[in-house]
Design a protein around this ligand. Structure first.
Ligand code: NAD
Length: 481
């Protein structure tokens, strides 16, 4: 029997107002696995009203009490681990080991922010007047509209919901149309955890029909969006008309530099993980590999050998699954083909695999390309697929210049044994994350993540910095005799 995924509003499942549903396809084989609510403005309004009605009581609960309830939710994520990991592994086409890793990271994030209930620090300050005490406290902002993509769905959800709720906001979460099921399972657990009805609501649907009405709703005081730069710009435009606060976590075209003194085995290992894990569907994926000329040949040979050995599929021993949609598979193929027509050299991959078990899925083979112009489309555009271009440079200065030759500035990485090179890179690279001898991805819950340029609008989530997104600072001053 077909599974129907409804909205979650005021602590209950709710059918979409117009009773219309969209098909959710399995990226591994193209089969329909569920139908999900095709929400519109009416559904969004109902959800926002529910969140609005729940706000005053949730706000008045002490942060410690809110943290206790959120900890219950974390405990439920742990006790339902297998069900949850399977749920989003199937809808996104992730090998189960990837889903397990992601869910563990989401749990750690939940633990971090639940504990923040006991540490909602403000500052106490001196004053120019004698016997005047001045302090800051954090207050919630109201209803937060949270919009997420499907690439790491449970991480994306927890990344926003936990900090928003610990600060005392209520939430309307717009799930990704490519991963609606995990959002509703998460919301159901929040009710079992004892989080009051209306505090966390979920709507499904497309970006234009469900996402945009959420952004346009004037009762939404904070919008936190993770997704493409194009949509982020549109959201910023709409929100600026009413001064809603906006946090934008957008795309990347992240450089990975390999110096001639690098441990090549380690560099190839991390370059491969950064470019190809999660099928390259990471904002933090390494899509521009920049290699010193005197080791170029050797590095490329080893990298290609590694890429050719990667196993595609959804089984436990697979390295990467399919892309999230057919549309995405076609886009990646067309961009690669265009680069090849313009004279790029294909080192491996370049197409979908023709293996019987994979042909129905949205697979794309790990692809490495060189001999591309730094101004070509493939050098500048985020593909969000398992494709990396490789560039040859003379020295560190040229490598850093090329790393910075991008409108994005999200993450970056260098491989070198020289501390001076590493630090020169870390200081000069234009990116929110600068890593040394690891990968371009792998953010941690207590550390701020976000980017320069087209990668965001300057906010940072998660880490303590996320509290600044979801709260207002109030300055209280007390004069006594
Ligand atoms: P997308 O921008 O198409 O969609 C993201 C979400 O926004 C979806 O839920 C979608 O329904 C919604 N949406 C689409 N149009 C909308 C509109 N007009 N108004 C409101 N909501 C709308 O992105 P995607 O293709 O799903 O995800 C891939 C992108 O996400 C990549 O660019 C990737 O780099 C980025 N991303 C960034 C981070 C980060 O932390 N910086 C993390 C993961 C993904």
């Amino acid at each position: 029997m077909m599974k129907y995924i409804n909205n979650w509003i005021n602590g209950n499942e709710l059918k979409p107002f117009n009773n219309s549903y969209l098909n959710k396809l399995n990226p591994h084989n193209g089969e329909i696995i569920a139908c999900f609510a095709d929400s519109r403005n009416e559904d969004v309004s109902i959800a926002v009203n529910a969140a609005q009605n729940a706000f005053e009581d949730w706000k008045l609960l002490s942060p410690i009490k809110r943290g206790e309830l959120l900890f219950q939710l974390v405990n439920l994520l742990k006790s339902n681990f297998e069900m949850l990991a399977k749920c989003f592994a199937v809808e996104t086409g992730k090998p189960i080991n990837d889903a397990i890793g992601e869910l563990n990271a989401a749990i750690r994030l939940g633990e971090f922010f639940s504990s923040e209930g006991m540490r909602m620090y403000g500052r106490t300050m001196t004053s120019t007047s004698w016997n005047k005490h001045s302090m800051t406290i954090r207050e919630p902002r109201g209803v937060a509209g949270l919009i997420v993509p499907a690439n790491t769905p449970i991480a994306n959800i927890t990344w926003k919901v936990f900090p928003a709720l610990i600060c005392g906001n209520t939430v309307v979460l717009k799930s990704s149309e490519d991963a609606p099921d995990i959002a509703i399972e998460f919301a159901k657990l929040s009710k079992i955890a004892g989080i009051p009805d209306g505090v966390l609501n979920v709507i499904h649907g497309t970006g234009l029909d469900a996402g945009q009405p959420l952004v346009e709703n004037t009762n939404i005081k904070t919008i936190s969006f993770t997704g493409s730069t194009k949509v982020g710009l549109n959201i910023a435009n709409i929100a600026s008309k009413r001064l809603a606060r906006v946090s934008l976590e957008l795309g990347g075209k992240n450089p990975f530099i390999v110096c001639d003194d690098a441990d090549l085995e380690n560099a190839v290992h991390w370059a491969s993980l950064s470019a190809f894990s999660n099928a390259g569907q990471r904002c933090a994926a390494a899509s521009r590999i920049i290699v010193f000329e005197n080791i170029y040949q050797e590095f490329v040979e080893r990298f290609v050998e590694k890429a050719k050995k990667l196993k595609l599929g959804v089984d436990i021993n697979c390295d990467l699954g399919p892309l999230i949609s057919k549309k995405q598979q076609v886009f990646v193929k067309e961009t690669v083909d265009k680069a090849l027509r313009e004279g790029a050299r294909l080192l491996c991959g370049g197409d979908s695999p023709n293996d019987d078990l994979l042909v129905k899925g949205n697979y794309f083979s790990p692809t490495l390309i060189d001999n591309v112009s730094i101004d070509s489309e493939i050098s500048k555009t985020e593909l969000f697929g398992p494709v990396a271009t490789i560039y040859e440079v003379k020295n560190l200065e040229e490598a850093i210049d090329l790393a910075n030759y991008s409108s994005y500035g999200l993450t970056s990485c260098i491989h070198t044994k020289d501390l001076n090179k590493a630090m020169r890179f870390a200081k000069k690279v234009i990116a929110g994350v600068a890593n040394v001898n690891i990968g371009t991805f792998g953010s941690e819950p207590h550390m701020p993540f976000g980017g320069f340029g087209d990668s965001g609008n300057g906010t940072r989530e998660p880490g303590l910095e996320a509290l600044d997104v979801y709260s207002e600072l109030k300055n209280i001053s007390i004069q006594f005799e």
